[in-house]
Design a protein around this ligand. Structure first.
Ligand SMILES: C[S@@+](CC[C@H](N)C(=O)[O-])C[C@H]1O[C@@H](n2cnc3c(N)ncnc32)[C@H](O)[C@@H]1O
Ligand code: SF4
Length: 375
């Protein structure tokens, strides 16, 4: 893929961009084979990839420059700002939003935060688009509430110009560090979450909850999980690290009992709302630590889905799964190294099927789905 910012040496985030997609996929498959070298796999499925560009539904922009001429993008290590509004990973629909946000910042008087001087208010802009209808969520990350009223006063003009901005919030991040968001979220619109839909399953995008950033490949991942699970005799499943519920909501049928566990309560609120829309009644989503939840249970479900952060599920959860022995485990991972470690700690399970999903093109990262069956 071609990226002018990469060619100019201004952004090097996509380290594999010069390799054709087929070569990238082959290298990722090779990496996965090596990481699972000690794990016998019955069936390797063909890798799944999506579009080469314009595939991201989310932009996380550091705001720098001046209030009259803000830049949206990132800062190099030496503090030099780079404007990434032309990044080809974003869909074309982002360009007019970025273009309108620049003069809006001047009108609202939101001075970009200057990291070196520790001055200014506006730190980041986080923009997410729903594939369902092009609706968008904009989160304005501010250092404090000092400019909140100015932001509120300028908003009606922005909303008239960009009616696709359905959800707008201010996030207050007072700490001088590269953390993107703080705990305090202030909603500036009546609508609090953005409707999304993958494969006919309603999902909700909202602040403070994880949502997949490559919708085409994520939809394929959830659909595959659904197909694999529906072929198994599952009456009760757990979806651990469930986020907004994508896996559980795809796999569950009205006859099935679904328990979803996730640490972020905002994500659990979304998952609960989706389950109600689907008419699923035997569904129990709770905001808890997955390991603490699991290790406190006596009953074992037929299937445990896990989709942990990069660190994997960890030793304690592996030990619990060995002991409680659910017949099936479906492991979706964005870090095959930690997944391979975890599978190494599940000696009673056989990897029957593995499939790679190219969720992060032009980088070394990828998602992998593994079905484990009790031996
Ligand atoms: C890779 S995301 C997967 C989310 C979801 N399965 C999906 O498809 O969107 C990992 C999720 O684990 C959650 N998480 C992190 N630590 C956790 C913990 N200790 N217990 C439960 N959930 C946790 C995160 O908040 C995040 O939503
Ligand atoms: S993140 Fe965007 S701007 Fe940076 S190298 Fe990749 S495609 Fe180019």
């Amino acid at each position: 893929m071609h990226c002018a910012l990469y060619d100019a040496g201004r952004c090097r985030s996509c380290q594999w961009i010069e390799q054709p997609m087929e070569a990238q996929l082959a290298a990722k498959m090779n990496d996965l084979h090596q990481l699972l070298a000690e794990v016998p796999v019955d069936q390797w499925c063909a890798p799944v990839s999506g579009p080469e560009q314009a595939f991201r539904n989310k932009a996380k922009m550091v705001v720098s420059g001046s209030v009259e001429k803000p830049l949206f993008g990132m800062l190099h290590r030496d503090g030099t700002p780079v404007d990434l509004t032309d990044c080809p990973l974003y869909p074309a629909s982002f360009a007019p939003v970025f273009a309108a946000l620049k003069p809006f910042i001047a009108r609202a008087g939101l001075t970009p935060y200057n990291v070196a001087r520790k001055r200014g208010e506006l730190k980041y802009l986080l923009l997410t688009e729903s594939q369902q209808d092009g609706g968008m969520m904009l989160r304005v990350v501010l250092r404090s509430e000092a400019k909140l009223e100015q932001l509120r006063a300028a908003l009606p003009g922005l909303q008239a110009e960009l009616p696709q901005l359905r959800v707008i919030t201010a996030n207050i991040q007072p700490v001088h560090m590269a953390i993107m968001e703080g705990e305090q979220e202030i909603w500036l619109t009546e609508q609090r979450s953005l409707a999304e839909n993958f494969n006919g399953v309603p999902l909700w995008i909202r602040p403070q909850s994880f949502f997949q950033t490559n919708p085409v490949v994520a939809a394929a991942l959830y659909a595959t999980a659904r197909d694999w699970v529906r072929a198994l005799p599952v009456k009760h499943m757990w979806d651990l690290f469930c986020g907004v519920g994508g896996f559980g909501l795809h796999c569950a049928t009205p006859e099935m009992r679904l328990t979803g566990i996730e640490i972020a309560s905002e994500a659990i609120a979304s998952a609960t709302q989706s389950a109600a829309m689907l008419g699923l009644h035997d569904v129990h989503f709770q905001a808890l630590d997955s390991t603490q939840f699991a290790t406190a249970q006596d009953a074992t479900p037929d299937l445990v889905v896990v989709n942990p952060p990069r660190r994997g599920i960890g030793r304690a959860l592996c030990e619990y799964l060995n002991r409680m022995a659910p017949p099936y485990i479906l492991y979706s991972s964005c870090n095959a190294r930690s997944m391979a470690d975890d599978i190494g700690h599940l000696p009673d399970y056989q990897a029957v099927r593995v499939q790679l999903f190219d969720m992060f093109p032009h980088t070394a990262h990828y998602e992998v789905l593994t079905l484990l069956v009790r031996k």
